[in-house]
Design a protein around this ligand. Structure first.
Ligand SMILES: [Zn+2]
Length: 615
């Protein structure tokens, strides 16, 4: 699953749109305001006055912004949309001023905590505006326009049916008709050619803003968010990808051959990248929806959590209570009473809401909530565990200064939610009485395959989106080459190709929400790497002796304590320190993914024997 994480509310316009298009999101109440600093020589004391002032205002205004967003998401009307947009606008404007003012302390001798807080203010803008009110208004206008083109995007089929992205997403996931899939794939991409000039101008303006803040370009600014030099971060991602690639190649080879059987090798040539419309997802970014096409024989685990939930009479609240118990079993305090009275658990019948799962922290104290339209399925039971992972993280760091009430780096929040979901194993389901027996290990291949289609398949996509943007921002990719460079990267990293030749006017990156939405993407790559390492570390602490894909940390207080130690640090330290607390290492290590999927990789290698692999 692909998720959105919001850090400061400066990016919350994007969040509101994103929440309706993506998996889950976590929201917190930080907000912004204005402050004044003198133009004359600044001191560390001035920095402290500035930072204290900003922190106070953030806390004071945070709640109202979060409430506006909450009400909008729970009662969608013109009025609530307008109030939410107003609140967003306010915090975006304040964010611009903060970043500018923080940059004035660049050459002032301040203490390390002050420097960290100033950097957080500087880097909290995703698309920094130039210091020119006309240009900053233009940048805001472009952002709104891109968001609106995407948000209103639809396609009218050859038979005259008007489809939303939601409709098309569901066809992409279930249809096995080559031509129908192709029509959906091409149809959705008709929304984006008009974005191209806007996107080019946005890149130009935001680059100017980033330079004004002292960065080489916007890509360098984004890469500076990770407590290491920008270039080192790029190299680090390449290194991690190098670790995962052999596993990805095995999965790619097997999936391609199964698709060749399904659609014919004329449609899926076995020595070429896979046509992008056949992988069950509009962007070919995760492939879990085609599990039925590639499922191993005899891999049925012999139970169905959805059915078991029904057998045991679980309603939506009991599902959430069950997930809460996972956390209390680790030693975390139970959720506050207000969580139960203020959250949205089921789809209301009388009004429109944004159903996509999200986790909220409205007051940076105890007002935690989730917003979901829970379906009584096994998959949703995992999603609830994931969402509560956000909530428990938010609560763990609530005593940090407002600047540090955040994910250690922007991958951590999603990684934590997913880490918890990795513990929703057959063993755990048996312990809580949902299933009677744990299937034997021969059945694990099916579960691992499903997981790999979602998680391993995603990793190169998670990497290439920002590879493309970094090159756009550095000028290496120019507007004339936007689309060809996009497909070069998709072929290089994913081994996935456009199913038809793309027209000169095409702007396929624009058909992926995070590009027009201006949401950085490396965080999803990181989250996919980190969650397996967190899981492996927690299982080790728990004294697990099973293969790690069978491990659940349920009921283990030692694992809970170690997890909490990392969570409560928030972003107060460089993320490497938080990482070390749990994993013992300051550097990420993708071998945990290889460990997790080891039985599957062995199985894939066997199945791939004699096949032509590679792309
Ligand atoms: Zn999430």
């Amino acid at each position: 699953m692909n998720n959105i994480t919001n850090t400061f509310k400066f990016t919350s316009i994007a969040l509101v749109i994103a929440a309706s298009l993506s998996g889950c999101s976590q929201v917190q109440s930080n907000s912004t305001t204005t402050s004044q600093t003198e133009e004359k020589a600044l001191t560390s004391q001035d920095a402290q006055v500035f930072l204290d002032d900003v922190a106070k205002e953030m806390t004071a205004l945070g709640v109202s912004g979060a409430r506006a967003a909450w009400i909008y998401s729970n009662f969608i009307t013109e009025d609530t949309a307008s109030l939410a947009a107003e609140a967003d606008q306010k915090s975006t404007e304040a964010g611009v001023r903060f970043a500018m003012q923080a940059a004035k302390f660049d050459n002032v001798d301040v203490n390390p905590t002050q420097r960290r807080q100033l950097n957080i203010l500087k880097q909290s803008l995703v698309l920094p505006a130039p210091q020119d009110s006309k240009k900053s208004a233009e940048l805001a206008q472009i952002g709104a326009e891109l968001g609106s083109i995407y948000g209103k995007g639809s396609y009218t089929t050859k038979t005259g049916e008007k489809l939303s992205l939601g409709d098309m997403t569901s066809i992409m996931s279930t249809s096995r008709d080559y031509d129908e899939l192709l029509e959906m794939w091409q149809g959705w991409r008709e929304i984006s050619p008009s974005m191209k000039p806007l996107y080019a101008r946005q890149a130009e303006l935001a680059n100017e803003g980033a330079k004004g803040l002292g960065y080489k370009d916007l890509g360098a600014m984004w890469r500076s968010n990770y407590d290491m030099p920008a270039d080192d971060f790029a190299n680090e991602l390449d290194r991690l990808w190098g670790q995962v690639k052999p596993l990805y190649d095995d999965l790619h080879c097997y999936v391609r051959s199964e698709l060749g059987k399904e659609y014919g090798e004329d449609k899926v040539p076995q020595d070429q990248p896979i046509p992008a419309h056949l992988l069950g997802n509009m962007w070919a970014q995760s492939w879990g929806n085609i599990y039925d096409v590639v499922a191993p024989d005899n891999a049925d685990p012999g139970y169905d959590v959805t059915k078991q939930l029904a057998v045991h009479d679980y309603d939506e609240i009991q599902m959430v209570k069950g997930a809460e118990k996972f956390f209390t079993s680790l030693g975390f305090d139970a959720l506050p009473e207000t969580f139960w009275t203020r959250s949205l658990f089921t789809k209301p019948e009388d009004r429109d809401v944004i159903c996509h799962a999200s986790a909220w922290d409205l007051d940076a104290k105890d007002d935690l909530r989730i917003k979901m339209c829970i379906q009584k399925t096994g998959e949703e039971f995992s999603v609830i565990h994931h969402e509560l992972g956000h909530n428990f993280y938010q609560r763990a760091y609530k005593d940090q200064p407002v600047y540090f009430q955040n994910s250690a780096n922007d991958g951590f929040h999603e990684a934590i939610g997913d880490t918890i979901a990795l513990s929703v194993t057959p063993k755990y389901l048996k312990e809580i009485g949902l299933i009677d027996t744990i299937p034997d290990e021969s059945k694990d291949i099916g579960l691992l395959m499903k997981m790999a289609l979602d998680k391993v398949a995603f990793i190169p996509f998670g990497l290439m989106v920002d590879q493309w943007r970094w090159k756009v921002y550095s000028g290496e990719i120019t507007p004339e080459n936007y689309n060809t460079a996009w497909w070069e990267l998709r072929e290089k990293y994913q081994g996935v190709a456009a199913p038809v030749e793309r027209e000169q006017s095409a702007f396929d990156p624009g058909a992926k929400y995070h590009v027009p939405g201006g949401v950085p993407y490396s965080r999803y790559f990181l989250a996919h790497i980190q969650q397996f390492e967190f899981h492996r570390a927690l299982c080790e602490i728990a004294g697990n002796t099973d293969p790690i894909h069978r491990c659940s940390i349920y009921n283990n207080k030692d694992a809970g304590k170690a997890l909490n130690t990392m969570l409560e640090m928030g972003s107060s330290q460089p993320w490497q320190q938080a990482y070390k607390v749990l994993t013992g290492n300051e550097q990420m290590d993708a071998t945990a993914i290889l460990d997790y999927f080891a039985p599957l990789q062995t199985w894939l290698k066997d199945k791939n024997q004699g096949k032509q692999c590679g792309f």
